[in-house]
Ligand binder design. Structure first.
Ligand SMILES: Nc1nc2c(c(=O)[nH]1)N[C@H]1C(S)=C(S)[C@@H](COP(=O)(O)O)O[C@H]1N2
Ligand SMILES: [Mo]
Length: 243
């Protein structure tokens, strides 16, 4: 099947020392990132937006400019035999997809910049997968639905989108990244890809999509990040450190 392709130019913003600041922020979060810290962290993150945290393990640059992030210490490997994606909640037809079933659905390919909230960016990165709107249409979203909650088989990470955001054509349940099947480290076999938002919205190791009546903030959002994480238009980015 021929994937559809969209390309957009880079927005041209420099990242410079933000990568360095991001590393500092990660260290700071590492010290405090244990379950009881949620309340205090909101202020903490509010003060350091831009040089922040977003990952507790594996801040390892690789050749492509990505850093691998996981808030879980270890994540089980899943593949064609045992991967499942469940779609449930306020839908008429809840169901669970195997990897083969997802791979058989119409694909969309997008090539855009990946932008982490800590400042690093990878220009022109291809993602390919099934439009989230396609799965929602298949599920039959009920009229009381307003939002989605995403869960991951790392057992920890969560994300959210409004229904309106989720129906955008540039939001994918991604099967491929950089024109290869998504590796385990990048959240494979299936991750969310929310092109217009900071990369923390793109939940890795996606295992559940639950349609809900309101937005329930996700993992980083509980720690102070914007739920509406539009690149350039949310609290993840400041031009200079605020402290
Ligand atoms: N399950 C899960 N998804 C996640 C994260 C995570 O820690 N766990 N980190 C997020 C953040 S902050 C970023 S920048 C990207 C990193 O994706 P990568 O590891 O493929 O570079 O994944 C996002 N999705
Ligand atoms: Mo991130």
């Amino acid at each position: 099947m021929n994937p559809e392709q969209t390309e957009e130019p880079n927005d041209g913003r420099p990242i410079g020392r933000r990568v360095f600041l991001g590393t500092l922020g990660l260290g700071a979060l590492g010290v405090v990132a244990a379950p009881p810290l949620q309340r205090g962290l909101e202020g903490f993150l509010g003060g350091i937006a831009g040089k922040d945290p977003t990952g507790l393990t594996g801040l390892l640059p690789n050749g492509g400019g990505f850093r691998y992030y996981s808030v879980a210490a270890s994540v089980p490997h899943r593949g064609a035999a045992d991967y499942r994606l469940t779609v449930d909640g306020l839908v008429d037809h809840p169901r669970s997809y195997t990897l083969a079933e997802l791979r058989a659905l119409p694909r969309t390919r997008l090539v855009k910049d990946v932008q982490c909230v800590t400042g690093w960016r990878v220009p022109g990165t291809p993602f390919e997968g099934v439009r989230l709107s396609h799965l929602l249409d298949a599920a039959g979203v009920r009229s009381s639905a307003r939002a989605l909650r995403f869960t991951c088989f790392d057992g920890t990470y969560t994300e959210s989108l409004t229904l309106e955001q989720a129906r955008r054509p540039d939001v994918l349940v991604a099967l491929r990244m950089q024109d290869k099947d998504i590796t385990h480290d990048h959240g494979g076999p299936v991750r969310l890809y929310v092109a217009p938002m900071y990369f923390y919205k793109s939940a890795k190791w996606l295992s559940g999509i639950t349609v809900t009546d309101r937005v329930r903030p996700g993992y980083w959002e509980d720690l102070g990040y914007d739920v509406d994480a539009w690149v350039g238009g949310s609290n993840g980015r400041t031009d200079e450190p605020t402290s």
